[in-house]
Ligand binder design. Structure first.
Ligand SMILES: [Zn+2]
Length: 535
């Protein structure tokens, strides 16, 4: 069955505490949602703020191939005739083919929030929907607080829906605005509405009880054919129903059509894109689309997944554009190592005994606080060292670094590094923007004559985490991300001295680059063979 998808990432989603999109961001997101095949994109509330008004003005130039842009607003104010209500006029001016308007369902809200009679509220709903229909709009009617309203006064709640439908609303959308409805109760109420009304019934849930996705799916099973939600579950308080999870479940588990299997493969990328523009990391454990959604760590699981992925995966990750990952950690069995070796094209080259030793080394390092899951560069270096046990490239003889500052003035860092390389002993002294920068410059200077290629290695991210809480004497883990224009990798260092931890990560990054160049650079390989010591 076709279930229409209504995305409100750009309206309800922006009510999330840490979410703020510029108008440009919103336009880009609308374009992505269109490419994904979402049926309705609710862009904002033109009557409520100038940013949303601006969005709709600029959205007129958007080339949407599939989605219908939707403007959101409320029923008219009680004191205004509908054709003079500024909010309703702004909805017409927004120029969208669809308008969604919310009205009051709960008698408590009618009395307390609006301060009008129950009949007057029905007139507000009917007037507003009729006016928008007269202006050629498709109207989605959002019955605010529907489930709470129904529980308080079922007859009245149903009369509000009747008023909207009679006036011409195409969709009656039942909203669990406070997110407090338990699934069983929600299904009872949806079923009752389904029994009494023809036409399209919709569902709009919030996640305050951590049930928003489950409630949306259950509502579909009870006869709803229009689902509203936000990508990544963004939204006020605990968020809206996560539309990405709803779509994946409806398509893969229940065999409904939402965006179709082909577009479904673009789901993870769209979720990442939206998170990127929200300037929030996409949660690793986000179902279907998160980085860890199909990641395996325990050795038993990995061994089974390598034989048949269905043993520990509920769907094929590729269906939603995600991928399987195998993590290396102290829980690893040999399966993880085998998987990783295959990934690096090294599986056949490492003998059984060397593989076992490598696993023991990794377990020891993880015990000491290294985090190889997040530092694939360090893992790759360990593997390559296991393959070429004699290949050192260089030995560090000594390093020192000092930082000085006068009073509150700027600090200056100077480092000195001495390295024994294949062509002799080199010492370099340099100033840097900080102690680590100064050390990096020195190491490069020491090695650049023999290995000019390492000049391309640059730092792109630096993270430090305290591993145990002993104040300033605590052990720290430093994760550094590097890039050489062709690829990026992360190395890790652990120490109770942040400079030493950073230095270890730096030296490993350079060693790895040299190891890799040896694999591809015949002349470098020859140089290493000729001069290699310690074999
Ligand atoms: Zn909402």
């Amino acid at each position: 069955m076709k279930i229409s998808t209504f995305d409100t990432t750009l309206r309800d989603g922006t009510q999330g505490e840490s979410i703020s999109y510029s108008v440009d961001d919103k336009l880009l997101i609308a374009q992505k949602l269109d490419e994904l095949g979402i049926d309705y994109i609710e862009g904002g509330w033109p009557g409520s703020n100038p940013k949303d008004k601006d969005f709709f003005a600029r959205a007129k130039d958007l080339k949407l191939n599939h989605s219908k842009l939707t403007a959101f607003g409320a029923t008219r104010f009680a004191k205004n005739p509908v054709h003079e209500d500024r909010n309703v006029l702004a909805l017409v001016e927004a120029g969208t083919p669809v308008v969604s308007i919310f009205g009051k369902t709960w008698d408590l809200h009618v009395h307390r929030a609006l301060g009008i009679s129950l009949d007057e509220n029905l007139t507000l709903i009917s007037d507003t929907v009729t006016y928008l229909k007269q202006h050629g709009k498709e109207v989605v009617y959002d019955a605010e607080h529907f489930f709470d309203g129904y529980t308080a006064n079922p007859d009245y709640a149903l009369r509000t829906l009747e008023a909207a439908q009679k006036a011409g609303a195409s969709v009656l959308c039942l909203c669990d605005t406070n997110g407090g409805t338990i699934t069983g109760r929600l299904v009872e109420i949806v079923s009752e509405v389904r029994r009494r009304f023809d036409g399209v019934i919709g569902i709009h849930t919030h996640n305050d009880s951590d049930l928003a996705v489950a409630n949306s799916i259950a509502a579909v099973e009870a006869g709803v054919s229009h689902v509203q939600g936000c990508m990544n579950g963004y939204g006020e308080r605990c968020g809206n129903a996560n539309l990405a999870s709803i779509i994946a479940n409806l398509e893969i588990k229940l065999g409904h059509t939402t965006i179709g299997p082909e577009k479904l493969a673009g789901l993870s990328a769209v979720c990442r894109f939206i998170a990127e523009l929200a300037n929030l990391p996409l949660r690793n454990d986000q179902p279907f689309v998160g980085k860890s959604a199909f990641a395996h760590k325990g050795g038993v699981h990995v061994a089974a997944v390598l034989k048949d992925s269905a043993t520990y995966e509920h769907i094929k990750p590729e269906l939603v554009g995600n991928r399987q990952r195998v993590l290396v950690s102290d829980l690893s069995g040999r399966g993880n190592i085998t998987y990783k070796l295959k990934q690096h094209g090294l599986a056949e080259r490492l003998p059984e005994e060397a593989r076992r030793e490598l696993l023991e080394r990794i377990k020891q390092m993880e015990y000491e606080g290294y985090e190889l899951e997040a530092a694939e560069g360090t893992f790759e270096l360990l593997v390559r060292e296991a393959l070429h046990p004699g290949m050192h490239f260089f030995d560090v003889e000594s390093y020192e670094v000092a930082t000085r500052a006068a009073g509150n003035g700027p600090s200056h860092s100077t480092a000195t590094v001495t390295v024994k390389a294949l062509d002799g002993v080199h010492t370099a002294t340099a100033n840097g923007h900080g102690p680590f920068h100064a050390l990096h410059i020195c190491l490069r200077q020491c090695l650049s004559r023999l290995y000019p290629q390492i000049g391309e290695v640059r730092l792109t991210d630096y993270k430090v985490r305290v591993l145990d809480s002993q104040g300033t004497a605590a052990k720290v883990r430093v994760l550094i991300e590097w890039s050489d224009h062709r690829r990026s990798w992360t190395t890790v260092g652990v120490s109770d001295n942040v400079i030493e931890a950073s230095w270890k990560a730096l030296v490993d990054a350079i060693r790895l680059e040299l190891m890799r160049l040896t694999e591809t650079d015949a002349s470098l390989e020859k140089a290493v063979e000729d001069y290699c010591w310690g074999v």
